[in-house]
Ligand binder design. Structure first.
Ligand SMILES: Nc1ncnc2c1ncn2[C@@H]1O[C@H](COP(=O)(O)OP(=O)(O)OP(=O)(O)O)[C@@H](O)[C@H]1O
Ligand SMILES: [Mg+2]
Length: 262
């Protein structure tokens, strides 16, 4: 197999939460996890609510500072980068969150929202921006006639397409998708999933795909890692893990979601 794009080693994060004025407690949100992502693959990170998936994603983007461990992107140690270098790298490591409407600035038109990443990361010259915006809209299935609308005038699914267009605008090496469909209606979820699959093929994208929906992960991801209470309890080829889970909790997760397993 080719060299890893992303390599996580022994990554940990604890949160200290105040229970009342006298006591604090410690949450081991992520405990000593290690995994890698290879070029052009989709790695699914699955697990029940609260198991540490979003904390992991946030640490990769350095939106949350890890306590311990290493995050290597093409061999470069991200935990040692200063803010400015990390900001530049956002072009290469994009993230798509669950709640798209909360992310998009409602005072900006669709066109402005797509020009923004192109300009910040100097992807094309100003004279080429218009053409690039049209191309991006076309790629994510939004009619060019919608370009002067504001996010509030679009549906949830359309907004998620704009988020995806902004993510692919910078031609990233990897996209971290954190439950990108879970806030949408089931029929729209299916359309967004198909869009992500289409873009993966067309642009040879690499995804770290976070979800608790095993069906979606099975459809999209060649490999999966299963998290449980902050730890990765097993990982491997998706079908192998789903057909022959080694860990009891993975079996329970599969049984709950797919009605399979023991
Ligand atoms: N900023 C924070 N301060 C304190 N505790 C936090 C913080 N962020 C996350 N946690 C806790 O860390 C644990 C892991 O949370 P995380 O959001 O990573 O889970 P998740 O797997 O993404 O869950 P979900 O599927 O519900 O999105 C949880 O117990 C959560 O309450
Ligand atoms: Mg989460």
């Amino acid at each position: 197999m080719s060299k890893k794009i992303l390599e996580i080693n022994n990554l940990s994060k604890q949160f200290i939460v105040r229970r009342n004025i006298y006591t604090k407690s410690r949450i081991d949100a992520v405990k000593n996890i290690s995994f890698g992502v290879y070029p052009k693959e989709s790695l699914g990170l699955i697990g029940e609510s609260g198991c540490g998936k979003t904390t992991t994603a946030n640490m990769i983007l350095r939106l949350v500072e890890p306590d311990e461990g290493s995050i290597k992107f093409f061999g470069m140690e991200l935990t040692e980068l200063d803010e400015q270098s990390m900001r530049k790298l956002r072009k290469d490591i994009q993230i798509i969150f669950q709640h798209s409407s909360a992310v998009l600035d409602n005072k900006m038109t669709v066109e402005e929202l797509l020009r923004e990443p192109l300009r910040i990361h100097k992807i094309v010259s100003i004279s080429e921006e218009n053409r690039e915006v049209t191309k991006l809209l076309n790629m994510v299935g939004i009619a060019s006639s919608e370009r002067l609308k504001f996010p509030g005038q679009l549906s949830g699914g359309q907004n998620q397409r704009i988020i995806i267009a902004r993510a692919i605008a910078t031609r990233p090496k990897i996209i971290v998708c954190d439950e990108p469909m879970s806030a949408l209606d089931v029929s729209v979820q299916c359309q967004i999933l198909n869009l992500l699959i289409k873009l993966k093929k067309e642009l040879k994208l690499t995804y770290l795909f976070i979800s608790h929906d095993i069906k979606v992960v099975r459809f999209l991801c060649e490999r999966i890692a299963v998290m449980y209470r902050g730890e990765i309890i097993e990982k491997g080829d998706t079908e192998q893990v789903l057909k022959r889970p080694k860990h009891n909790h993975t079996r329970e997760l599969i049984a709950a979601e797919l009605g399979l397993g023991d």
